[in-house]
Design a protein around this ligand. Sequence first.
Ligand SMILES: CC(C)(COP(=O)(O)OP(=O)(O)OC[C@H]1O[C@@H](n2cnc3c(N)ncnc32)[C@H](O)[C@@H]1OP(=O)(O)O)[C@@H](O)C(=O)NCCC(=O)NCCS
Length: 107
Amino acid sequence: MHKYESFEIFDGDKRVGYVHYQPRSHAFGTLESPVMYVEGFWVDPAYRQQGVGRQLMEKLIDHAKNMGFLAIASDTEPENDASAAAHTACGFRDAGLLRHFVFEFKN
Ligand SMILES: CC(C)(COP(=O)(O)OP(=O)(O)OC[C@H]1O[C@@H](n2cnc3c(N)ncnc32)[C@H](O)[C@@H]1OP(=O)(O)O)[C@@H](O)C(=O)NCCC(=O)NCCS
């Protein structure tokens, strides 16, 4: 099991946003390996569209660049337009859609 790292932004004691990240060996949309991967990206609804998401993503971009990564990859649901807008505003390109499958072991 991998353990991701995070950047967080606080307003006083209240955590108002985070980006979780970890390296992956490969990611959809890039041939770079390894690639830094955005495992979670969230801003408190009361703090959205005020630049918190951009601040978090810019911290991660700086960090991944300083670590020598050549790409950062991420994902979101196809209908999540706010996430798509935030990613593209921060310099991500839309790499297209991926269909997922899961095999679940029943007990
Ligand atoms: C996606 C999310 C993290 C963006 O956070 P945010 O703090 O609102 O983002 P910012 O205010 O920093 O905006 C960053 C850019 O995205 C754009 N953007 C953000 N939300 C937008 C929206 N709802 N519609 C259009 N553009 C939007 C902004 O215009 C901004 O562009 P700019 O800096 O060039 O002006 C936030 O909407 C969220 O937590 N959503 C719910 C969780 C989620 O869907 N996470 C993503 C899954 S990967």
